[in-house]
Design a protein around this ligand. Structure first.
Ligand code: KIV
Length: 278
């Protein structure tokens, strides 16, 4: 018997999204709507709204725990939040971040993935890094771990980079990112996540990739979009990044705001030029 308090979990009509569905959506040109969630109630809200992918991001360090970066997030935090997010989901595909230095070796990456997929019930793991992660991606992929490779701005490198900055504006950096995307896909990445790059580079990486490319601040031409759920609901304190749109501005409920986000991604209405970088 399902004793969940969420009525949508009892419904039988919507088939869970699979990795094959996401690949097909890229081929069909159907935009993939993704959002972060960190608990069952937000997961249920996003499921009701029709989100395709839910990410338990290590952004939870900032938006849930109140830290200034994602660096303090631990594997135990991620496993806990992934498990309680999974409890609210029926249809969306569940992805979870490997936190800072929890994938520094292939062995660590496999161990952390086992915990996130086993205890945390995630269906895909995401971690940051370009070519340097190719061996790790191959190692995980060959052992049945679906991987999303996060390139462009890598928030876990904040102390190394000296802040959060747009990536790929100069040609050398852009060429390196194009090459990284190809190498990571060849190593076995099933999805790419591209953060804070000029729209033209987002479009070029997406056009060259055989796997879905999800963007955040990467322009309108990626195969899908993701935002931090608290950002689209106007809950995050401080200055709003350029790529964020507050969907509560035109909505009278949380359900309407999240549904409007999904609809805007699906129709291509979000992101506009105002939410993109040149
Ligand atoms: O941690 C996170 O929420 C993320 C998104 C910003 C893509 O990686």
């Amino acid at each position: 018997m399902n004793t969940s308090p969420y009525p949508h979990l009892q419904q039988q009509d919507a088939k869970p999204v699979t990795i094959a569905d996401l690949a097909r959506m890229k081929v069909d040109g159907e935009k993939i709507a993704c959002l972060t969630a960190y608990d069952a109630s937000f997961a249920a809200l996003e499921d009701r709204a029709g989100a395709d992918v839910v990410l338990v991001g290590d952004s939870l360090g900032m938006v849930v725990q109140g830290e200034s970066t994602t660096v303090p997030v631990t594997v135990d935090h991620m496993v806990y939040h992934s498990r309680i997010t999974a409890a609210g989901l029926r249809r969306p595909f569940l992805m979870a971040d490997l936190p800072f230095l929890s994938y520094a070796t292939k062995h660590d990456a496999l161990d952390t993935s086992r915990r996130l997929m086993g205890e945390g019930k995630a269906q895909m793991v995401k971690f940051e890094g370009g070519e340097i992660q190719a061996d790790t991606i191959e190692h995980l992929s060959m052992r049945g771990v679906p991987v999303c490779a996060h390139i462009g701005l890598q928030p876990q490198l904040v102390h190394k980079m000296g802040g959060f900055k747009i990536q790929g504006r100069d040609k050398t950096q852009a060429d390196t990112m194009l090459r990284d995307a190809r190498i990571l896909e060849e190593a076995g990445a099933d999805m790419l996540l591209l953060e804070c790059v000029p729209s033209a580079l987002g479009a070029e990486i997406t056009a060259n990739a055989g796997v879905p490319v999800i963007g955040i601040g990467a322009g309108p031409d990626t195969d899908g979009q993701i935002l931090v759920v608290y950002d689209i609901l106007g809950l995050s304190p401080g200055k709003k990044p350029r790529f964020v749109r507050n969907f509560m501005d035109d909505a009278n409920s949380l359900d309407a705001a999240v549904a409007n986000y999904v609809a805007a991604v699906k129709s291509g209405d979000y992101p506009s030029a105002a939410h993109s970088f040149t």
